[in-house]
Every structure is written in C-alpha cells, then in structure tokens.
Design a protein around this ligand. Structure first.
Ligand code: FMN
Length: 197
C-alpha cells in the first residue's frame, strides 16, 4: 500500500479476532516504531510488547482497580470519566481483546517523552494498516503512569525504574467480515488549516 493511502485510511479498530499477529509483521511494525523521529535524536522510547494473555488480563484488572478508586471532578476528561464510572461498576476492559498490546515507555525526566512516544505510535498504526492489521491508541496506562502498583508491575515486566508509560497501541486482525481494517475516509470537522502566504 502506498504511504499516503496508509496514512489517510488508518482508522481505529476496537474489535479483534483472537488470531496472533505473525512475527514478521510484528517486526515490521516495531521497525516502523524504532525509525520514528525523536527530539535531539534521543531514541529513548522503550517498547514493551505484550502478547501474554495473562499479563494483559492482569493489567486490565490493575487499571480497573485504580480507576475504581478515583473520584470524578468537574473538569475530568470525558474518556477518563467514563473509565472511572465503568470501573466502579466492574467489567471495564480497555484493550478490546487484541492479541498484542505495545506499551511505550520513555524517560520520566525527558521533556519530549510523550511527543517521541506519539511519533512512534502513529508510525505503528500506519504500518499496521499497510499490513492489513487493525490498531488503536490505548491511553489508560498513560493516565495511570504514576500509579505505584502499576509502575511496580510494569518494572517487573522490564520497564526501567526511571521510565513511565506515555502511550500504548493495540494491534491485531479486525473482527470484520473479511478480516480487513475498516478504512473509511472520514471528513474532518476540526484540525483547522491557515495558509499564510
Ligand atoms: C492521544 C490519544 C489517545 C487515545 N486514547 C484512546 C483510548 O484510550 N481508547 C480508544 O479506544 N481510543 C483511543 N484513541 C483513539 C481515538 O478515539 C481515535 O483516534 C479518534 O476517535 C479518531 O478515530 P480514528 O482513529 O478511527 O480516525 C486515542 C487517540 C489518541 C490520539
């Protein structure tokens, strides 16, 4: 698939088949991530590639516990408010049964940590589309990136003590009729452009 087409037709997938992602495709997605630009060419992103269902289940359980203990304020971000309410009721699942969850960590004391992670995540989502895979940005581990129990658990999985999660992405085969991602072109209602000639 041509690069611009892969960018323009990338859409979020929130329903997955259980089929694993082939090793060769996953490597291409991780190459795309690692080739992303970074501030000062620092290259300090750290990709935690989680395919172990039990680890994903544990992360779901831990995020639900953390959200359930949070209170909603007047200015709470709408998606976070939903996560808190759903977690208090029980059964909150943030990664839509995808077979792969890639959590992107970076140095906590580095000013471009989230920007660098975002560049890598966008590269992964576009690469996934080009490889006929679905993907979706997953932000819950970012919201909870100072939660001590989650930090400890992620460190036990390989995250460094000086790192935190600044974003995550899920990847897998979409649970669509033909197994291909939804590639609907979506009209923009925001993202204003001003030309200054
Ligand atoms: C910073 C960021 C955080 C996001 N967090 C989530 C998330 O936690 N869960 C989710 O289902 N989608 C999440 N998304 C996906 C957006 O909801 C999605 O990109 C948007 O609705 C536009 O739809 P599209 O990706 O299909 O074009 C996130 C996207 C970004 C860029």
């Amino acid at each position: 698939m041509e690069a611009l087409e892969a960018i323009l037709t990338r859409r979020s997938t929130r329903n997955y088949r259980p089929d694993p992602v082939e090793e060769a495709k996953l490597e291409k997605i991780l190459d795309a991530a690692r080739q992303a630009p970074s501030g000062g060419n620092n290259q300090t992103c750290h990709f935690l590639v989680i395919r172990n269902r039990e680890v994903i289940r544990k992360l779901i359980e831990m995020t639900e516990t953390a959200f359930a203990g949070m209170e909603i304020a007047e200015d709470t971000y709408a998606s976070l408010k939903y996560a808190i309410n759903a977690s208090k009721k029980g059964g909150y699942v943030f990664c839509y049964n995808a077979p792969v969850l890639i959590a992107v960590a970076n140095r906590r004391d580095y000013g471009n940590n989230m920007a660098d992670c975002a560049c890598a995540i966008e590269n992964m989502m576009v690469a996934a589309n080009a490889l006929d895979l679905g993907s979706c940005w997953i932000n819950q581990l970012r919201w909870l990136n100072e939660e001590p129990a989650l930090v400890n658990y992620l460190c036990s999985l390989g995250m460094k003590a000086y790192e935190r999660i600044y974003g995550a992405v899920i990847v897998g085969y979409p649970a669509t009729g033909n197994g291909l991602p939804n590639r609907n072109l979506m009209a923009r209602k925001g993202n204003e452009v001003t030309f200054i000639d």
